[in-house]
Design a binder for this molecule. Sequence first.
Ligand code: FAD
Length: 339
Amino acid sequence: MTKIDSKIPEGQLAEKWSNYKAHQKLVNPANKRRLDIIVVGTGLAGASAAASLGEMGFKVFNFCIQDSPRRAHSIAAQGGINAAKNYQNDGDSVYRLFYDTIKGGDYRAREANVYRLAEVSNAIIDQCVAQGVPFARDYGGTLDNRSFGGAQVSRTFYAKGQTGQQLLLGAYSALSRQVHKGNVKLFTRYEMLDLVVIEGRARGIIARNLVTGEIERFSAHAVVIGTGGYGNAFFLSTNAMGSNGSVAIQCYKKGAYFANPCYAQIHPTCIPVHGDKQSKLTLMSESLRNDGRIWFPKSWKMPKLFRLEPKKQQIFLTKTAISIWNVVIPHSETWFHVM
Ligand SMILES: Cc1cc2nc3c(=O)[nH]c(=O)nc-3n(C[C@H](O)[C@H](O)[C@H](O)COP(=O)(O)OP(=O)(O)OC[C@H]3O[C@@H](n4cnc5c(N)ncnc54)[C@H](O)[C@@H]3O)c2cc1C
């Protein structure tokens, strides 16, 4: 049986990655220029990796299928991004964000990595704000938060119903800065077709130039894959046609491990299909909710819910009334039927 080495650093959970960072081998700045890194993908993952590696001084080659990095599917994300800032003073902490995330992942995620995510979450918000991401603010002018995704505290930073779009524009501007400085070279309209592995290490990619149709090869000292999810495997999903997992399978065929394919996010509340030219569905619940709207059934008789026994119906109605009050009052007075 294959033994997975996830290379999690030694030590106490809360110190693993900080210790590792403090003691890892450094690359001399003069040597960084001699190291080439291929980054495939220009979504929130790929664009931030390419911009950061460029800023660190490596020579980066960044690929995407679309005509512009800004068209990566991250643009569709709506809800928001979590951080343990505890601005609402409701008892949030790095540990609580870590715990909620582990629980939300059905206790299957790697604890050390999730802890690191929670640890750097605050710095990510600061960086996004510095890049100009227009997160929602309260009437006093400070960053606003809301409760999202079953979390027990309000820790979600959001930009109306367009958080992904605004974050991607932030990442894209950081990337453009590195392109301008000559640290990152962009290859738009290229589709990765295969991974090149030499002596067990990823050393390059084979890609098709989608304008000329030619197949080209690129080599580097390391390859970073940030090509998004594969939600498009589902019929009628909110994911773009490009979210098809082709690169994940290319890497899998070359020996990479592939775990938890059941973890694909799909959205049940979408604008219905209106024609055969529509390639994906548009999520509507989060954008409405961000503007202070709430969902409730148009007909009291239709939904399954109202076939519940009266006591359970009562509980539901009370909870709905409380959430209407909590959601609508601080935001807006416009709320209406949807469905
Ligand atoms: C409607 C919606 C709402 C969401 N809401 C939230 C939310 O509220 N909060 C949250 O945290 N997450 C949310 N998500 C999820 C989040 O948006 C994604 O997980 C995230 O944006 C993925 O980023 P990525 O960089 O990994 O991939 P993507 O943004 O999909 O980027 C993939 C990149 O890889 C490139 N690529 C793919 N295949 C190839 C290839 N063969 N060759 C070359 N390049 C290739 C593409 O061109 C693209 O540049 C939402 C998602 C959707 C669809």
